[in-house]
Design a protein around this ligand. Structure first.
Ligand code: ATP
Length: 294
């Protein structure tokens, strides 16, 4: 009998994040290209007699019902009218509130793992609906790899997979709240057609060029408010990154390097300067699904 299950919960970056306009429901209409990367948390989920419990080795992560993995388990239980329980142990490796989607990834990983552990039959559309209700980035982590996100990011489409071996993630050690980042964005009312055109031009550059053409509408306003993040970007470029960009709502910045030596040397220098720095590579959707339950 299957009574416990391990799952890897990968981080993401954004190759593109276009914020088109603020919608009537208060959300922003986005066009995003998501990418899973090799950095991951590890979840160990064990069946219990009924209660949902969270254990986490990172004190910044709440272990109560506000934890996204808790919410995912509770939502799945409600949707399937079951009374199963689970103890979810999270080994945190993804920096928290860092623009790397750690909480959303934990939520999606919990859904995928509990479907197996609790032996549930669930319609795919229903699963995506549950994920979207948990958070805009959660549905993406059900598919992983390189994917286009539209709407508030919750409507996801797998696209041609990007290859990128030498990425360096750097975090300055403080959090930027997602809400704050959007509030800092001043160009919220620009007309939709003008924004869609550059996005399709980006797609037309071809998937190979995407890492070097990556861009993020939230970067300029967040960098203006947090010079420490601008400093991380400047350092990455001066250490030889071909391109450097803030991920999501920050504060993590990723650098795109030509080779592993340059990325490794930069990782060492940035760690010596006191930053959290981690070399990663893009994980495509095939690898994502082949390694989730390793
Ligand atoms: P997003 O861009 O989706 O806001 P993020 O990568 O910037 O994500 P997360 O690491 O997901 O940020 O954390 C956002 C907040 O969610 C944190 O303040 C944290 O307290 C809370 N949180 C709830 N559950 C989790 C979880 N399982 N892992 C990490 N953070 C969690």
């Amino acid at each position: 009998m299957l009574s416990s299950i391990q799952i890897q919960s990968y981080a993401k970056i954004n190759w593109a994040l276009d914020v088109l306009f603020k919608r009537e429901d208060g959300y922003h209409e986005l066009r995003s290209i998501y990418q899973t990367v090799s950095l991951h948390d590890q979840l160990l989920i064990t069946e219990t007699s009924g209660q949902i419990e969270i254990v986490c080795d990172d004190p910044r992560v709440p272990c109560d019902e506000t934890n996204l993995a808790f919410k995912a388990a509770a939502a799945l239980r409600d949707a399937t009218h079951t009374s199963n329980g689970a103890r979810i142990e999270i080994q945190k490796r993804i920096p928290v509130a860092a623009g790397l989607g750690g909480g959303s990834s934990n939520a999606a990983a919990t859904l995928l793992a509990l479907i197996k552990l609790w032996k549930l039959q669930i319609d795919e559309r229903e699963l995506f609906r549950i994920a979207a209700a948990l958070g805009s980035d959660v549905p993406f982590f059900l598919i992983g790899g390189t994917a286009l996100g539209v709407g508030r990011g919750e409507e996801v489409y797998s696209i041609e997979q990007v290859r990128c071996e030498n990425l360096l993630l750097v975090n300055p050690g403080f959090a930027v709240s997602t809400r704050d980042a959007y509030e800092k964005l001043s160009r919220l009312t620009r007309p939709e057609p003008a924004s869609i055109i550059p996005f399709s031009q980006l797609a037309a550059k071809g998937i190979r060029e995407l890492p070097l053409a990556a861009r993020n509408d939230l970067e300029a306003p967040v960098l203006a408010a947090y010079p420490e993040i601008a400093e991380v970007k400047r350092r990455l470029l001066s250490l030889g990154a071909r391109h450097a960009l803030m991920s999501g709502s920050g504060a993590t910045v990723f650098g795109v390097f030509d080779n592993s030596q340059a990325a490794e040397q930069s990782e060492t220098e940035l760690r010596e300067a006191g930053y959290w720095a981690e070399r990663v590579r893009a994980v495509d959707r095939y690898e994502y699904h082949a390694t989730l339950f390793q």
